[in-house]
Design a protein around this ligand. Structure first.
Ligand SMILES: Cc1cc2nc3c(=O)[nH]c(=O)nc-3n(C[C@H](O)[C@H](O)[C@H](O)COP(=O)(O)OP(=O)(O)OC[C@H]3O[C@@H](n4cnc5c(N)ncnc54)[C@H](O)[C@@H]3O)c2cc1C
Length: 328
């Protein structure tokens, strides 16, 4: 399995997080150009379904380190295991999702391997020298830096939603169970005493099929409740531009865009949103975009599949009423 790219897939309760599947897309493109294999790496417990899914989403092979000891993420253990796998298989690149756990894991592994790591990557391509050029938003998203990592392996954390996952298809790929790999006693410097599940509002925009997003055009925190009502009715999640967040109408966890989350739902309804580049870069990958804006020249209409010119305070209640009628 030499000459490969590792795509490290985080799991939660045995299921792969979307960013793992998404990373396979650029990894496979780069692997094809450089004649490498794309290898999914899974560390956890009860990984059979996850390994199968990794193959179905396009990994050429899967390595699992499956043990009850890795049921929950633990920095020292996971870092030691992943570094040991990297030393054994010598991948040319290692991609890790820029999730809270991934952001903890990547620099630890990079330090162990003496590798460089690009952070929070939103795009990547091979440059003229055949090296991977990573696009990374820096200084709070004000600048998009292009980084080339001059180490072997090249490491990167990749932002969720930045790439589109492939359509899964039933495939059978090689799965290597690395039962022997385990951390040395001296690798373990911390012990997890307790895990607190939620300390802030959890908003899973990246995995949502439907997002209803509100902008400054919603006018007030009270009016913003309409966005939530429509999202709830459609089984969706509430998103926002930076403007209502800065006005204190909704929390930052909902921000979509260059300095927020990148999303690609099946349906995106933009309510009172002008379509500034910094917002559009975060949602333009949506399958179907409906925009409601009172200004017929608003740039959001340039990326919308359906544009409704009108006042959100009239259009959204009518949409809600019609959907309720259809379901009655
Ligand atoms: C470095 C940097 C990073 C940024 N990152 C992000 C980011 O991640 N995400 C993000 O969203 N923004 C980001 N921004 C801000 C971005 O530039 C815009 O300012 C922001 O997206 C505008 O939000 P908006 O569309 O809600 O507001 P506006 O641009 O003010 O647009 C409001 C729209 O609502 C319409 N409207 C008003 N009233 C009604 C009504 N009653 N009915 C229907 N339509 C109505 C108006 O016609 C207008 O088009 C960033 C800016 C910078 C400089």
């Amino acid at each position: 399995m030499e000459n490969c790219i590792f795509v490290v897939m985080e799991t939660a309760d045995g299921a792969v997080k979307n960013v793992g599947f998404e990373m396979l897309t650029p990894a496979k493109e780069i692997a094809a150009a450089k004649n490498l294999k794309t290898v999914a790496v899974l560390i956890g417990s009860g990984l059979d379904d996850a390994a199968k899914a990794a193959g179905n989403y396009g990994a050429d092979a899967v390595i699992t380190v499956d043990d009850n000891a890795y049921k929950a993420y633990a920095s020292d253990e996971y870092a030691a295991v992943l570094a040991a796998l990297a030393e054994k298989y010598q991948p040319e690149a290692i991609f890790i999702g820029a999730t809270p756990n991934g952001k903890d894991l990547a620099p630890r592994v990079a330090a162990k391997l003496g590798a460089g790591c690009a952070s929070d990557v939103t795009a990547m391509k091979l440059n003229n020298e055949g090296k991977i050029a990573f696009t990374c938003p820096v200084f709070g998203g004000t600048i998009l830096a292009e980084n080339v990592v001059e180490s072997c392996p090249v490491m990167a954390t990749v932002r969720g939603g930045a790439f589109k996952k492939a359509e899964p298809e039933e495939r059978s790929v090689e799965v290597v169970c690395e039962a022997e790999i385990s951390p040395e006693a001296e690798d373990i410097k911390t012990k997890i005493v307790d895990a607190v599940k939620e300390i802030s509002e959890a908003v899973n925009l990246e995995d949502a099929d439907v997002i209803v997003a509100g902008g400054r055009g919603m006018g007030s925190a009270e009016n913003f409740a309409l966005v939530k009502e429509l999202a709830d009715l459609l089984g969706g999640v509430v998103g926002a531009t930076r403007a209502p967040i800065e006005s204190g109408w909704i929390s930052r966890a909902h921000q979509i865009g260059q300095s927020g989350k990148i999303v690609a739902p099946k349906l995106y309804i933009a309510c009172g949103i002008s379509g500034a580049t910094q917002h559009v870069t975060g949602m333009v990958g949506s399958d179907y975009i409906v925009a409601i804006n009172k200004d017929e020249d608003a740039p959001i209409f340039d990326v919308a599949n359906v544009g409704i010119v009108g006042n959100v305070m009239q259009v959204i209640p009518e949409m809600i009423e019609e959907i309720k009628k259809m379901r009655a």
